[in-house]
Design a protein around this ligand. Sequence first.
Ligand code: GLU
Length: 640
Amino acid sequence: MDRIFTKHVNSSISFLGSKCGMADSFNLSFLRKFIFLNISVLLLSGCQPENKLVLSDQPSVASNMESKNQGAKALPEAATEKQKSVKRSPIKTYNDTSTKSEKYMVAAANPLAAKAGIAMLQMGGSAVDAAIATQLALNVVEPQSSGIGGGAFLMHYQSSSRLIEAYDGREKAPAAATSDMFLKPDGSLPNFYDVVPGGLSVGVPGALRMFELAHKKHGKLPWSKLFGPAIRLAEEGFNISQRLHYLIKIDRFLKKFKTSREFFYTRDGYAKPVGTRLVNKPLANTFRKISKGGSVAFYTGPIAAAIINTIQAVKTNPGRMKLNDLTAYRAIKRNPVCSFYRKWLVCGMPPPTSGGITTLQILGLLQGTNLSKLTPGSSAAIHLITEASRLAFADRSKYLADEDFVEVPKSKLIDPGYLAKRAKLISVKKSMGRAKPGIIKRKSVKNLGSYESYEGESTSHISIVDSDGNAVSMTSSIENAFGSRLMVGGFLLNNQLTDFSFLPTSEGKPVANRVEPNKRPRSSMSPMLVVDNSAKLVMVIGSPGGSRIIGYVAKTIIATLDWKKGIQAAINMPHFVNRNGVTELEKGTALVSNKASLEKLGHKIIFRKLTSGLHGIIIGRDGTLSGGADPRREGVAIGD
Ligand code: GLU
């Protein structure tokens, strides 16, 4: 048996909004009927704007939930030396080492930030309240990774309606952006780090507008309350962690900019040592203004003016963003993309991130393989998963970009029939090597050129379940560690525009992810939610890690669903990643023993640090919450 796919049921299911003529409730009985089929679901836009996720008894695809509201090699954020164990507060520990809790839980990249989220939940706040408070606190204590100077994607699960929503707060290119803006004057490619520091790489920040949009719908606490813990942390300071110190120390650009230099380094130019109390009064002031005035206090007025001035006046790569770009920014509620993986419905963000679709493609390509029969971490399992990943990444490089600008054949890409056909390219005996994108004959997409842009590895993921069973899976980012390195109002500005393809064309064909005015750069962020056959929440998961995020998240989903690992064990499991090239195995792990057998199958193997920051929560049948935090960073899962 050379081929892994023997059967594939090509069924589809409908998610229809009320304007499409469907009832506005969640029809669970239909979902149950399809429990054992391989079903793909695409939540397409176009059905207006009832906020209900509806499974309709229709034979074929369809759509939706709420439509849109409008309708060179770089240095990653490196792993730190083995993190000191973090005190986990009030939790019972069971032998699967996951954090257990009865009521609510926050899993995030820093204990102080997770506590900020817990404080909201203790006051009766919702998952969205807690997510915003956690994120604002992360802006203070993990400034290199995310914050209000950047963007985010948020997936929301509402327990009462079993509705899943997707919020897009991704940065945008300014109106004055051009498709050749990152190229050298002679049209050649710059080194990645020639264009990261400074103003040119800064995208219009989207996080705050997105928080506000989600808070309007799901917030229980007043907006201003969410800022309390972060303002206190910024004002009173926190001790610089091992990881933050290390990242400041190895950074080559941060000290070139006065404000950043004075904040992160001693007068002698050394990275402030571990344990230094870092107070951030400008950020406390910024937060205070936004807590009173709402996001408009950020997108207009003195904060906005300071952002624009910093971006335009900087000598290194001055940027093109104008005040209008800030005022015009809107977060967008999009339609999640979902597919059945075995008996679970896995949901992720649609474009502009590639994360949702590419993760679903990997899972869909493995649908016909009985992974549960394979030993976790065995070469046979790694081979199949990484081969599926090659195929998915080949499609990603050709088809995925901001769908407000280019047509993304979403339904085709996660269609079970399409994936079954693609999966026939996977052989158990030999690696396919570099995979080619699938052929999609649609006129609007068939002539695209493939191109891979480099993505850094900074970013942060937050998973939260509140006491009503609502959940947030949110990944937020300023892209590279310390983003553009420009600091204003106590926060760092992102360099997210370097997630665009620097080349507008490849082999004479336009690249989908080329820079265009007002476009959102393609992301890999993959905040995911998994529900069971009665649409009850099963898992909340996501990670930072640049385009490797997709591999980290897919592996963790497989480890929990197929291999029945607890969330902490699944997160800890050594990583193996293939982005349609070499197979990367996590350095310093048991995977060293897989090298020879994988090479025999034709893989080119490299060992490297794979610094994920997976934070996840599994909801047991009895409602018990199990949380996991990635030991590769400084995160923690805590709950009551
Ligand atoms: N900029 C990347 C993205 O949006 C994320 C970078 C990271 O994970 O560090 O996909």
